[in-house]
Design a protein around this ligand. Structure first.
Ligand SMILES: [Zn+2]
Length: 251
């Protein structure tokens, strides 16, 4: 899950902070800032990007309500993530969130090895190496958005597992291409790689495929709009670093 930086409230033509009367009016600004990707599963949003309230606007009884219109409570989501998240509470104390934590460190993509004939799937799982409490927070976010589900039926609209897997294989092919010849023509190879990565989405899949190639990581981080730069240590090969170093349960 790509860590993202929403940035300050967008301004109007006169340079004043924008206000909206319908939260959906933030859609174009969100796409402009963080790219046309689901903030949770990182799938590319070819159509119907949904403006999503991080803290639910209509919370469950006893839970705090998030702002209906404030920019700071908005992200983009795909239909399956938004539907799963619904009005369930997800405070940053119990969940890892892409606008608060270095979520790259919380999750990894795992090819499903359950024997389902004809079905190739890739799911989001908690990343190896998390502490026990971090693992609980990561799993809470996976459960919140159902990031580890496979729905196999003819009418399924939640195909995140399938698109993840397709992108996983494509990223592996590009990595082989890099190892075979790409590194020799890096200045031509990397822009092409960026174009494909941006078109396919799933930033973390690309990051992990090139985790030990700093020049590619630098380009990927720059290519996906408003990836939170503080989450990567440029002096250490763009390795992920905590966004909340004083929070023991944070990332
Ligand atoms: Zn999604």
């Amino acid at each position: 899950m790509r860590p993202i930086f929403r940035g300050p409230v967008p301004t109007d033509a006169a340079g004043n902070p924008k206000t909206v009367t319908d939260y959906k009016d933030w859609r174009a600004d969100l796409i402009d800032r963080i790219g046309n990707y689901c903030s949770y599963c990182n799938m590319v949003l070819n159509d119907s990007p949904q403006v999503e309230h991080v803290t639910p606007k209509n919370p469950q009884p006893g839970q705090p309500a998030g702002s209906l219109l404030d920019w700071d409570n908005m992200l983009l989501a795909c239909g399956p993530c938004n539907r799963a998240k619904d009005n369930n509470p997800c405070p940053a104390t119990t969940h890892f969130l892409p606008d608060t934590h270095n979520t790259l460190m919380a999750f990894e993509h795992v090819v499903d090895n359950t024997n389902r004939p004809g079905v190739m799937a890739c799911l989001m799982k908690t990343r190896q190496g998390l502490t026990a409490s971090q693992q609980i927070k990561a799993q809470n976010t996976i459960d919140l958005c159902k990031l580890d589900t496979i729905l196999v039926n003819k009418r399924a609209t939640d195909l995140r597992w399938k698109y993840r897997h397709e992108t996983f294989l494509i990223a592996l092919e590009w990595r082989q291409g890099w190892d075979n010849f790409g590194y020799k023509v890096a200045s031509q190879f990397i822009p092409l790689l960026n174009t494909v990565a941006k078109a396919k989405g799933f930033f973390s899949i690309w990051y992990d495929a090139f985790h030990d190639v700093p020049q590619v990581l630098q380009a990927l981080i720059a290519a996906f709009p408003n990836t939170e730069h503080s989450c990567f240590d440029a002096a250490n090969g763009y390795a992920p670093v905590s966004r909340n170093p004083t929070d023991l349960n944070g990332l």
